[in-house]
Design a protein around this ligand. Sequence first.
Ligand SMILES: Cc1cc2nc3c(=O)[nH]c(=O)nc-3n(C[C@H](O)[C@H](O)[C@H](O)COP(=O)(O)O)c2cc1C
Ligand code: SF4
Length: 427
Amino acid sequence: MEKPLTQHIPASGAPLHLKEYEAVGGYAALRKVLQELTPAEVTDKVKDANLKGRGGAGFSTGMKWSFVPAEATGPRYLICNADEMEPGTFKDRWLLEGNPHQLLEGMIIAAYAIQATQGFVFMRWAYKEAAQIMNQAIADAYAAGYLGKNILGKNYNLEMQLHTGVGRYMCGEETALLNSLEGKRAVPRAKPPFPQVSGLFGKPTIVNNVETLSYIPHIISKGGDWFKSLSYTADGGTKIYGVSGKVNKPGAWELPMGVTMRELLEEHAGGMKAGYRFRGALPGGASTDFLTDVHLDVKMDFAGVAAAGSRLGTGTMVILDDRTCPVGFVHNLEHFFAQESCGFCTPCREGLPWTEKILYALEQGQGTYADLEQLEMHTKLLGPGNTFCALAPGAMEPLQSALKYFREDFEQHIKEKKCPYADHTHR
Ligand SMILES: Cc1cc2nc3c(=O)[nH]c(=O)nc-3n(C[C@H](O)[C@H](O)[C@H](O)COP(=O)(O)O)c2cc1C
Ligand code: SF4
């Protein structure tokens, strides 16, 4: 099984340094691009590979690049989104800390494809080690002639800078990220215009996820057909999946796109810990709908998870076990989302703390049946189309699906006027 992204990451977790990266073929794709390919040809290769963005939405990467106007309109920017604050998601960190040059090479190639002259890595403030590693990698890439003026002796210039964010989930939303990078309050921008046309400082900008960009050197070196052949399904490539919760071996693995939830849980995560039973999972991080044991054979690609009623999201599953209170579990998530709301639009600013309060009261045994109706109403009012960005609809996904699949737990809290899980020693 090929694992292009992670095969060279040392088991020790230490980063692959420049010389080691070059020794396994690193920067050969960049050399090929600058010597043989036009920017449009690079974009076509990425389009042909059917690479879908790994930041959550799954939009075609090559297509996104092709929206950048071809004619010169002044500066343009390439940004790597390394904010990674989705609870349960820790896949990008592995790539940032383990193979920073793979990401940089992908970024330089992507920047060339859109003819950007400035790149930024926008990184979560808490990723201190990754920031140190990335700064070193950028310095080494400059010293080796992979960044700066006339890269590899060719007529292409690119500057690169690491920017660490202030630690807000909102900064991962691509237009809020742009505002933050400009030194403004991190609230989203109206779309259209899309960043591809008017992004950072009003100039054409591409924002892509760490995992997405890390695939680029491999697609250039080995081609779109090879990339597609790595997958079990129509979505190309491998995927970094993760599992967290009461499993024997929580972690992250690079696997063919389209493995089943069952394989992830039972083979890679080693199954549930003794004494715990699987009740459900958020398949793609905190802002995705629960799936349950009837969905274990769902293929974890964009279409497969969507058909089951959820989203692939970041591909990092968060498991709910039978000893953890689903109401408390969702309360915890809504607490996070309420805290991270940027406050720009009313349904989210007011609605998220409200849902959090209701869930808290329910968990304390002080809830009523009318509260369940209130929660249902919130899932609609904060749903798609009613808020300015996807934070609030994402926050409603675990709630609406918990009300659907674990309703008896909510009702039990009301009937018994206490949390039925409160006596459990292993919560
Ligand atoms: C609240 C919120 C937080 C987000 N956080 C991230 C993040 O940390 N990293 C990321 O790559 N995308 C994140 N996204 C998605 C980005 O807006 C954007 O779609 C993504 O960076 C595009 O990259 P891709 O095309 O490679 O998937 C977030 C979206 C929302 C609404
Ligand atoms: S949905 Fe929430 S996070 Fe998004 S703009 Fe509105 S208030 Fe801000």
